[in-house]
Design a protein around this ligand. Structure first.
Ligand SMILES: Cc1cc2nc3c(=O)[nH]c(=O)nc-3n(C[C@H](O)[C@H](O)[C@H](O)COP(=O)(O)OP(=O)(O)OC[C@H]3O[C@@H](n4cnc5c(N)ncnc54)[C@H](O)[C@@H]3O)c2cc1C
Length: 595
């Protein structure tokens, strides 16, 4: 028999007299169990109040703008017997039981069970209790922790190293870009000799350069520690492993702490892939972390891997004086990027580097006294050669198998990735995953964006990861950047698109910089006219790609970009000019009439 139930505001922690900012149902509506009824917002947090039962709303007791506290009546519900049975059954589920849904990377959010009650955690045998615990303090993890704290959650951030910031700040984006700036200045100064300004050969004090790079890292990571403190995020140093769906153990220098949590966000990142048969203990064999230490500059450096990280490090070491050779297993540098964008880079480094071997495999490395003897295989493979240094940059693998994820019921695939839905939820309702550990592209800005989504969802908001494009940048010389769909992907997908490529040889600014090899390419969907992809190669392409990404997100078409006045003379004009080429309005180049 149906019965009328009063639905009241449940225990919502320390909050009292909170404003209702949204009412999601009205009298007569049928609601499902756990469906959001109203949204409350305090100065610290926004939270949805879900329905504890399924049924039909009989009367509403609140409206937007009302202020409520625990126990305030929201509505009356005619709940069915089935619903009340379900409710009773769900209340008897043991705390240690977890409900799982099959993991997948689907776009739609999963139907998942309700969050655990905070009261369940208070009774747990724990040293620390968190509403949100974040594992890993890389760009994904610290962003998630800070956002959750800003939304009023009691947040704990666990990091194995003393320094916050993860790979990106400590041994990735930041130190590599500081050194790439150095390379840009060295190469730029050398290029000026052709224009009558000869600075001579640079005198490099490696220890000073390394100290400068370290000081930038230190400045940023100390800044993060201060930001955590300001937000009252509790930082625990140690290695976290799950011991149950609501408990982590953190092994640190002072022993083991048990951390009970309502929600966990896994942001444990990735690490450089090693090739087990190589002499990995030999200091002359480096991964990107070793190479960024900048202990010495090998006379001859072999970079194994022609992807972004390998080519960026090659740029640094070539500028510092190494004779660089690059070997890539595939037939092309930077696989995944359009060939026309890679070509100007390949041409420039083809002249600067000792050799670039494509379609070539390194079959072995022998550590010898005078260097590392490297053996190659492939149609155009060279004979074995000796290098003073070898950098292995063959990719990164996720840390999914190092977390005891099984104990929490979190599914991890063979490679170590954790699959998530569009709200960053794993197959376990209250556990989220973000950043490198969730899959490609392994980029810091993807991690931070995902971190915000996870923190917001864990704090009761209805956020989703719904970005249309994640830009990629190789900070090589020239830089290569792309966003949205690539041309090769668009062709593979059979998309009907218009393309325009503006050569930088027609850009006054580019010529004034002594660099004319760049190009800017825009792809527009034929049916809607909207920008669907962009690629840029040339100095500062990494900064220029943001305009294209914004245009894509805003649904801009060629006219929007072409009619936007860009300052002259700038490299940004090349985006404007490419759009004018699609429009047929370009005057800085001659095009046969199209429109
Ligand atoms: C040389 C190099 C250059 C790069 N340059 C760029 C760039 O220019 N732009 C860009 O977007 N990306 C760049 N990246 C990639 C970028 O660094 C990563 O995408 C980004 O750091 C991923 O962030 P994350 O939060 O997922 O994880 P990470 O930064 O990997 O952080 C994960 C953290 O979790 C900690 N951790 C792991 N397991 C545990 C555990 N069990 N307990 C406690 N702590 C744990 C780790 O110590 C680490 O600090 C670069 C990477 C490298 C290697």
């Amino acid at each position: 028999m149906p019965r009328i139930t009063e639905i009241k505001v449940p225990d919502i922690g320390d909050f009292d007299d909170i404003e209702i900012i949204e009412v999601a149902v009205a009298a007569g509506d049928r609601v499902q169990m756990e469906q959001g009824l109203i949204t409350l917002e305090s100065d610290k947090a926004t939270m949805d109040v879900p329905s504890p039962a399924a049924g039909v709303v009989k009367t509403m007791a609140v409206s937007v703008g009302d202020r409520v506290s625990e126990g305030s009546l929201i509505l009356t519900l005619e709940a069915s017997e089935e619903s009340t049975d379900q409710q009773a059954a769900s209340e008897t589920v043991a705390e240690s039981e977890i409900e799982t849904a099959p993991a997948s990377s689907q776009d739609a959010p999963r139907e998942l069970p309700a969050d655990p009650a905070p009261s369940a955690l208070a009774s747990a045998d724990a040293d620390v209790v968190a509403e949100v615990v974040v594992i890993g303090a890389g760009p994904g993890g610290y962003t998630a922790a800070f956002r959750a704290a800003d939304l009023g959650r009691k947040t704990v951030l666990i990091e194995r190293y003393a320094s916050l910031g993860g790979v990106c700040l400590n041994v990735g984006c930041i130190p590599s870009k500081a050194l790439l700036h150095t390379a840009e200045v060295i190469n730029g100064a050398a290029d000026m000799a052709a224009h009558g300004v000869d600075f001579g050969k640079p005198r490099i004090t490696l220890a000073k350069l390394a100290a400068w790079k370290d000081s930038i890292v230190g400045q940023l990571t100390k800044g993060l520690a201060a930001l955590a403190k300001q937000r009252k995020v509790q930082v625990l140093q140690g290695v976290a492993t799950f011991v149950s769906p609501h408990m982590l153990e953190v092994k640190g220098a002072d022993g083991v702490l048990r951390v009970a949590f309502e929600h966990a966000i896994i942001a444990a990142g990735s690490q450089a892939t090693q090739i087990p048969s190589f002499p990995n203990d030999d200091p002359r064999l480096m991964d990107s972390t070793d190479a960024l230490v900048l202990e010495e500059v090998p006379k001859r450096l072999l970079v194994i891997g022609g992807g972004i990280i390998g080519l960026e490090m090659a740029t640094v070491y070539q500028a510092l004086g190494s004779r660089v050779t690059v070997v890539e297993l595939l037939a092309e540098l930077m696989p995944g990027c359009d060939r026309d964008l890679v070509r100007p880079l390949a041409k420039r480094i083809g002249k600067l580097y000792q050799a670039i071997y494509l379609g070539t495999r390194v079959t072995g490395i022998d550590a010898q006294k005078k260097g590392l003897k490297v053996h190659f295989e492939g149609a155009k493979a060279p004979a074995s050669e000796i290098f003073e240094g070898v950098l292995v940059a063959v990719g990164r693998r996720p840390n999914g198998h190092r977390l005891g994820a099984d104990a929490a019921g979190v599914a991890v695939d063979e490679a170590g990735f954790i699959s998530v839905d569009s709200q960053q939820r794993t197959n376990v309702a209250h556990i989220f995953a973000i950043g490198d550990i969730t899959g490609q592209p392994m980029l810091a800005h993807k991690a931070t964006h995902e971190g915000k989504v996870a923190a917001e969802v864990a704090s009761g908001k209805k956020s989703h990861f719904d970005a249309l494009a994640i830009p990629s940048v190789a900070y090589t010389d020239p830089e290569v950047a792309w966003t949205g769909v690539t041309e090769s992907e668009a062709k593979k997908q059979g998309l009907d698109f218009d393309k325009a490529t503006f050569p930088w040889a027609a850009s006054g600014r580019s010529l004034g910089m002594g660099r004319s090899e760049g190009l800017t390419k825009l792809l527009f969907d034929k049916a809607s006219g909207r920008l669907i992809g962009a690629g840029i190669v040339g100095p500062h392409a990494g900064d220029l790609i943001s305009e294209a990404t914004l245009a894509l997100e805003m649904g801009a078409d060629a006219a929007d970009i072409a009619l936007t006045i860009h300052p002259h003379p700038t490299l940004s004009e090349t985006v404007n000019f490419a759009a004018e080429m699609v429009e047929g309005t370009i005057t800085d180049l001659y095009l046969p009439r199209r429109k």
